[in-house]
Design a protein around this ligand. Structure first.
Ligand SMILES: CC(C)(COP(=O)(O)OP(=O)(O)OC[C@H]1O[C@@H](n2cnc3c(N)ncnc32)[C@H](O)[C@@H]1OP(=O)(O)O)[C@@H](O)C(=O)NCCC(=O)NCCS
Length: 392
């Protein structure tokens, strides 16, 4: 068995058949293969690893170069994707070997964290990943926002095709990357594919500044306006975008929009009828998962006050004993000390990302704590739900 890194151009002959068999209707046509080849320019910076035997590709994995804000620090992030094994080579440990190589390599190349969308979370739990929230979808009739239709707001919304809105849209995305915990974006090479998407963008501006943007399509007259994530720099941006949706009354029956777990659409109006759904399902609709790849890179993260030494057990990348201390709101990470808690990589990642507290880490079997470590870790890593945003 040979394991090697391949270029984007080689993906069509090697990874395309595995991925398309695994994730798409098949058999595929030559046109599907051509379309895939055409997209490979957006994967020039992606790291692709394959397992080959007698010239046949049996498994492949990839990492997209991304960036992610974790507790105030923007890290290089490995977005794991394209994980697939030929059906006759499954359960031979090929993806295990490829994943280990990929995560090691991405860490060596400077990625402090990694994220992915699992087909089954328990599979990636073996690699130190832990779940974070899935986006919610709010669905409502535009009539529900009637109070906004004539509201005088200090700003305006322009409707543009994505090809023309790309820079404005990217500005709002980058604004959120700098400020929002968990928010992740692609590098420029991968992000450029968005420019070609058949999609409208509503761009909200106030005082010449972009304050909000949302991608959407209209499925049918009298049907649905389907929007992606509602990106805004603050409440004015949100109000302008909701007003824009409200003005589709009598044109569409429903608006659906993707939200993070901290958005509360029932507060958008009085008598406002809305359904908010967060659907989680194997293998197609799973919540994302994340893990830390490099402990020392976490120095400088936002953290509550405290000092504690933890042991991270059974992990090649972040295993060892770590002294964590925080004063003035900034985390310091150093090697060594006497641990008062033992955590798995997933358990520590859950604390850092703010999705589980120490008691939940314990009840999930991801760590054990001395009694005094629990309040300290609770204070240092307060619950704070991340919003990944990027889909891959
Ligand atoms: C999921 C998939 C990638 C696994 O690849 P693989 O090469 O068979 O995996 P490995 O043999 O390296 O298995 C690694 C570990 O996961 C376990 N595992 C494999 N498939 C599993 C599954 N479907 N559910 C739970 N555990 C699984 C193995 O038992 C092994 O555990 P161990 O190391 O503790 O013994 C492969 O079955 C596949 O291509 N499936 C269809 C596409 C897909 O779902 N890809 C993932 C997208 S996120």
């Amino acid at each position: 068995m040979e394991f090697r890194q391949i270029s984007a151009a080689e993906r069509t002959a090697t990874m395309f058949p595995l991925q398309t068999y695994a994730f798409s209707p098949s058999p595929w046509s030559p046109a599907d293969e051509e379309a895939y080849r055409g997209r490979m320019r957006f994967f020039e910076t992606t790291v692709n690893l394959i397992a080959e035997e007698s010239g046949q590709t049996l498994a492949g994995v990839a990492a997209l170069r991304m960036r992610e804000n974790v507790r105030g620090l923007v890290h290089d992030m490995a977005g794991v994707a394209s994980v697939s094994t030929h059906p006759s080579a499954r359960r031979r440990g090929l993806v295990r070997e490829l994943m280990q190589r990929l995560l090691r390599q991405m860490r060596e190349e400077g990625c402090a964290v990694s994220a992915l969308y699992p087909f089954r979370p328990s599979f990636y739990a073996k690699f130190g990943f832990v779940g974070i929230p899935r986006h919610r979808i709010a669905t409502f009739a535009p009539e529900g926002l009637a109070h906004l239709v004539r509201a005088e707001l200090p700003g305006e919304v322009e409707r543009l095709p994505m090809s023309e809105a790309f820079e404005d849209y990217d500005e709002v995305i980058q604004h959120q990357l700098a400020r929002r915990h968990g928010f992740a974006v692609f590098d420029e090479v991968r992000a450029a594919e968005l420019r070609d998407m058949k999609s409208w963008v509503a761009v909200a501006r106030s005082g010449g500044e972009v304050v909000g943007a949302v991608r959407y399509v209209i499925e049918a007259h009298g049907g649905d306006l389907v929007a992606q994530d509602l990106h805004c720099t603050g409440p004015l941006g949100r109000a302008l975008l909701l007003q824009f949706f409200a003005r589709h009354v009598d044109q569409v029956a429903r608006v659906s929009v993707r939200l993070s777990t901290d958005d509360v659409p029932e507060l958008w109006g009085v008598d406002f009828e809305v359904t908010v759904e967060g659907r989680v399902d194997n293998p197609t609709d799973n919540a994302p998962m994340v893990r830390v790849l490099d402990m020392e890179a976490l120095s400088g993260s936002q953290a509550g006050p405290g000092e504690v030494t933890v042991e991270i057990a059974g992990d090649e990348l972040i295993g060892g004993v770590w002294q964590l201390s925080s004063s003035g709101g900034v985390l310091g990470v150093e090697k060594g000390g006497t641990p008062s808690a033992t955590l798995s990589a997933a358990g520590f990642s859950a604390l850092l990302y703010g999705v589980l507290d120490p008691v939940e880490v314990f009840t999930r079997g991801l760590g054990e704590f001395s009694p005094e470590a629990i309040p300290t870790l609770t204070e240092m890593f307060p619950r704070q739900m991340p919003y990944l945003f990027a889909d891959f």
